[in-house]
Design a protein around this ligand. Structure first.
Ligand SMILES: C[S@@+](CC[C@H](N)C(=O)[O-])C[C@H]1O[C@@H](n2cnc3c(N)ncnc32)[C@H](O)[C@@H]1O
Length: 280
């Protein structure tokens, strides 16, 4: 049985999963992510990228508390060996005290079996005052890159301009005892790999051009998702977003030849997401 209709649109073949699961790809499930994951086999998902609700920061029309520990354990079960989870999260400050939820969660992921492969920063170009005026402007979130063992895909983006470029060459070096030692110097190109601080313009017209997405109060930028997909996944990989919101992850998967599966508990957001997806 072929249970993936929409994949034909993505320039990648339909995916027949019927031998291992009732789950369909290229679909957003309107339910709690724990229910979606319960119908996935173990070692099934290549990559997860998501921004979970945290610290009661936004109401999401009544859905801001998650069963984090159960979700972390389930993610560990459904991810393939070498699969990567990108967990985008910040902290709330209350009574002059930051919650620390971000790091608590990152450390819990380690407890249940993930490696903390990298702690990356999602830097938002300042667009106006945020936070209180007794501290420096809050302008970043963490992007915890968690992996089951060593990531099976590492395709680092090289778009940081080097000061100059140099061809590799062979040479000799005189050693302390007077003998000559043959050695080769590696060269480097015009561009080198990025740092792990990624900066994005955010907000209307920047995070996405799709106005409909801004019916959701907390979207992340499409470019952020694309950069992670390029870094940690391959074409035709299965990518999961347990908190799909306005459908950002699904759209970027669709445009980049990845199969997506999403969960979103709020039916209104799923409606916006599906409408958004129908345009691509
Ligand atoms: C930070 S938003 C995600 C936004 C998304 N990254 C985007 O770009 O639109 C978190 C979403 O998780 C949803 N949510 C909350 N609890 C959930 C649960 N247990 N299972 C699935 N979705 C949930 C909320 O309704 C909200 O839309």
């Amino acid at each position: 049985m072929i249970n993936c209709g929409a994949s034909q649109n993505m320039g990648i073949p339909a995916l027949d999963l019927s031998h291992q699961s009732s789950i369909e790809v290229n679909k957003i499930y309107t339910e709690d992510c724990l229910d979606t994951m319960a119908s996935m086999p173990s070692n099934f998902v290549d990559m997860t990228i998501t921004s979970p609700p945290y610290d009661d920061m936004r109401s999401y029309k009544g859905n801001s508390n998650i069963q984090f520990k159960a979700i972390a354990k389930e993610l560990c079960r459904v991810m393939k060996e070498g699969g990567v989870v990108v967990w985008v999260i910040g902290d709330q400050t209350k009574n002059w005290d930051e919650s620390g939820t971000s790091f608590q969660q990152a450390l819990y992921f380690k407890e249940v079996g993930f490696n903390l492969f990298d702690t990356m920063i999602y830097l938002k170009k300042p667009r106006g005052a945020c936070g209180n005026n007794q501290s420096y402007w809050q302008t970043f979130e963490y992007m915890f890159v968690l992996s089951k063992g060593k990531p099976k895909t590492i395709s680092l983006i090289c778009d940081r301009k080097n000061k100059d470029s140099r061809k590799g060459d062979n040479g000799t070096k005189r050693l302390h005892d007077g003998t000559l030692f043959n050695h080769s110097r590696g060269g480097y190109g015009e561009y080198g790999r990025r740092t792990n601080v990624w900066e994005y313009n955010v907000g209307r017209g920047h995070s996405t051009k799709d106005e409909i997405a801004f019916n959701h109060p907390a979207i992340y930028p499409e470019k952020l998702v694309e950069d992670h997909l390029i870094s940690w996944s391959e074409k035709e990989d299965i990518v999961y977003d347990p908190f799909m919101g306005s459908g950002t992850t699904a759209k970027v998967c669709k445009l980049n030849g990845r199969y997506y599966i999403g969960s979103e508990i709020n039916a209104e957001y799923v409606e916006y997401a599906n409408k958004r997806l129908s345009w691509y």
